[in-house]
Every structure is written in structure tokens, then in C-alpha cells.
Design a protein around this ligand. Structure first.
Ligand SMILES: CC(C)(COP(=O)(O)OP(=O)(O)OC[C@H]1O[C@@H](n2cnc3c(N)ncnc32)[C@H](O)[C@@H]1OP(=O)(O)O)[C@@H](O)C(=O)NCCC(=O)NCCSC(=O)c1cc(O)c2ccccc2c1O
Length: 334
């Protein structure tokens, strides 16, 4: 049997991209009025008519605020006409470690990107080239978690992890420099990780008196296997980008100066494909690991699709019209 060469695979990928581009409807969706900052990206419909190679031009980023207020710990942007949002932790002087305020802002931005129906994919990154995120800011750590203005502790990054897992759009971690401690867990809960060649990955918990025994342990076990996961957590070693790629922690490694270009390319490729198919696939890929919550997510997708059918509408209409529902015309499919 003839082997498939790299160029054959590329040709197939190009063909698939071209077919996907053709299938996406030309009509742009309106921006969702729930978006927190009136900062809808809008979808450029001519983009969806593009066939063949994914465009490589730099996106035009538009800054979003927090319902009129500036974010302090993050930067939130949308690429004009592309359906891509970018959320950046903006504490480079602390290696993009997070305090409770950072996590609160991240959650508001992720929520906005979820609710904005012009957005199809979200990039999550850290400001500068030295760190994606170095975990919880240890100077805010108290007896009951990380405390800031309210002066009581919390581990609200756990809510952010869940939010990223449940968000029905792909989240891509774009990692330059350190992704360590709670920052390493954050890249692991993202759907895809694109690493720069200067990226460094590792857990530090047992060194600094902490541990993430939730997603931090279970997803790592899934990604790199039980032996490697034990090594990473028990020894707190750091791993360079190329080792991380071999271990299955990241999808690809690119030169630092190409990091955003490559990440945007991946986003554009995803944006050519069916949003509903991607939504259901993300739920499905998380379902077993997320137990009942995973089932709830994929079951919700089932209900969402059912509401759009005539059969689903017959139930609602009969109730509103105060008559008995007539489901007799709907097939009992094999
Ligand atoms: C990330 C580093 C390896 C970088 O080293 P480098 O030499 O490049 O830089 P510096 O060490 O000089 O750092 C510059 C500057 O930033 C400050 N800084 C960096 N990281 C943090 C941090 N996490 N907290 C506070 N401050 C930080 C550093 O002090 C310097 O400040 P100066 O004033 O001196 O200029 C290296 O910095 C490093 O190892 N950092 C610590 C990494 C770490 O241990 N992170 C915390 C792990 S625990 C955690 O993240 C965590 C959070 C949660 O919310 C959880 C919730 C639930 C369960 C578990 C959780 C959890 O484990």
C-alpha cells in the first residue's frame, strides 16, 4: 500500500479547509447585545468566502473594557471581523501571577466572549515574553486562600478552570515563557496549547506548600499519562517546550517571534468549521472526565438542537395554544 506523504496530508487539509470555507453561510451573525463592552468583533463575511490557504495578515485588535470601566489586571481584545477574542493576563512584573482581582476580571472577559455570538475562538495568554502565568500571587496568599481587597481568602481560579472547560468555544493557550504552578493548570484546561520555543512548563505546588488535586491532577494524568503526571507533581521539575511537546502537554512549538501569527492561524482554521460541530465535540471530549457536569453540558447541547426542530416546537406551541400536542407526524427513527 502506498504511504501517505506529508504533502498528501497538506493537500487533504487544504481541500478540507476549502470545503469548510464554502459551507459556511455568507451572512454574518449580529453581535450579541449582552457583550459587556459594546465591543462586538463583527464577522467579516468576505473572510468566510476565502478558499484555500488560511490568511496570514496580522489581525486588527480592538480593545474592550469592563462595561465602561478599564480592566486593571487583564487586557481584553477582539480581532475586527474575525470572530477571535484575546484575553491577556497583564501583570508581567509579577510573571503574570494572578490575584483574586485578576481571576474576577478573567471570568468577566471569558463570560463576554462566550455570550458574544460573533466570537468563535478565544486566545488566552500572558503579557510579554517571560511568562504565560506563574500561578497564584504568593504575596496575596492567606490562611484560607488568596485574599485581596475584601480581605477574605478564596481559590477562585478553580471557578475559572471550570468556566474554560464548560465554555462551548475552543480556548487556545498561547504560551511564551513560564507556565508554572496554577498557571500550568490554566494552560492544561485550555483546549489547545501553542508554545513558543522559550516556554517552560511545570508544577511548583509541593515546593511552595500547595497542590491542585482537581483538574490540575486529573487532566494532567489524561494528557501525559499516570507515570509522567506523578513525576511532574512529585518532583516539581520544569520542562522546556520541546520536552513538553514530546510529553503531549502542548500541540505545537514555534519560534517566539511567530507565536501570535501561528496561534491566529490556528484560530482562523477553526473559524472555517461548523460552530455547532465544534461545540458538541468540545462537550463530548470533556464528557467522561467531567462526570455529571460533562454529561449536563453535552445533554444541554442536545436540548439546544432539539429546540430548533419542529418536533420540539410542537410541544411548546401546543402548550401555548392550550391544545393537546400532536407528535404523530414525527418519525420514530431507527
Ligand atoms: C515563574 C518563575 C520561575 C520566574 O522566575 P524568574 O527568575 O524569571 O523571575 P523572578 O522569580 O525574579 O520573578 C519576577 C518577579 O515576579 C514575582 N513573582 C513571580 N511569580 C510569582 C508568584 N507566583 N507570586 C508572587 N510573585 C511572583 C517574583 O517574586 C519577582 O518579584 P520581585 O519583586 O522580586 O521582582 C518564578 O518567579 C517562580 O517560581 N515563581 C513562583 C511560582 C509558584 O510557585 N507559583 C504558585 C504555585 S501555587 C498556585 O499557583 C495555586 C494557585 C491556586 O489558586 C490554587 C487553587 C487551588 C489549588 C491549588 C492552587 C495553586 O497551587
Amino acid at each position: 500500500m502506498a504511504g501517505i506523504t506529508g504533502s498528501d496530508v497538506n493537500a487533504v487539509n487544504r481541500r478540507m479547509a476549502s470545503i469548510a470555507g464554502h459551507l459556511i453561510p455568507d451572512q454574518a451573525l449580529p453581535g450579541n447585545s449582552l457583550a459587556l463592552s459594546n465591543c462586538s468583533s463583527g464577522l467579516n463575511d468576505s473572510y468566510h468566502r476565502v478558499h484555500g490557504e488560511v490568511p496570514t495578515h496580522a489581525p486588527q485588535w480592538k480593545k474592550c473594557n469592563d462595561s465602561g470601566k478599564e480592566f486593571t489586571d487583564i487586557i481584553y481584545e477582539k480581532a475586527v471581523g474575525e470572530g477571535i477574542a484575546k484575553i491577556t493576563i497583564n501583570r508581567p512584573e509579577r510573571r503574570n501571577s494572578f490575584r483574586p482581582q485578576t481571576v474576577k476580571e478573567l471570568m468577566r472577559a471569558f463570560n463576554d466572549a462566550r455570550d458574544d455570538n460573533t466570537i468563535g475562538v478565544i486566545i488566552f495568554t500572558g503579557k510579554g515574553t517571560q511568562a504565560f502565568c506563574s500561578g497564584g500571587d504568593q504575596s496575596f496568599r492567606g490562611k484560607n486562600g488568596y485574599a485581596d481587597y475584601d480581605d477574605f481568602g478564596r481559590l477562585n481560579v478553580l471557578d475559572l478552570q471550570v468556566q474554560i472547560r464548560r465554555l462551548p468555544k475552543p480556548v487556545i493557550a498561547m504560551v511564551a515563557g513560564y507556565a508554572v504552578g496554577g498557571g500550568h493548570v490554566l494552560h492544561m484546561v485550555c483546549d489547545i496549547t501553542i508554545a513558543a520555543d522559550n516556554a517552560v512548563f511545570g508544577q511548583t505546588g509541593p515546593k511552595v506548600g500547595s497542590f491542585d488535586a482537581g483538574y490540575g491532577a486529573s487532566i494532567m494524568d489524561r494528557l501525559i499519562g499516570p507515570k509522567r503526571a506523578r513525576e511532574m507533581w512529585f518532583m516539581c521539575r520544569f520542562y522546556k517546550a520541546d520536552e513538553a511537546e514530546k510529553m503531549g502537554l502542548v500541540n505545537t512549538v514555534v519560534p517566539l517571534e511567530k507565536l501570535e501569527e501561528e496561534t491566529v492561524k490556528w484560530c482562523r482554521e477553526i473559524m472555517r468549521n461548523s460552530p455547532m460541530a465544534i461545540r458538541v465535540l468540545k462537550s463530548a471530549l470533556n464528557a467522561i472526565d467531567d462526570g455529571h457536569s460533562g454529561l449536563q453540558q453535552i445533554a444541554g447541547d442536545g436540548t439546544l438542537l432539539f429546540y430548533g426542530t419542529e418536533e420540539g416546537s410542537e410541544g411548546k406551541n401546543s402548550y401555548l395554544e392550550r391544545r393537546k400536542p400532536d407528535f404523530s407526524r414525527f418519525p420514530r427513527l431507527p
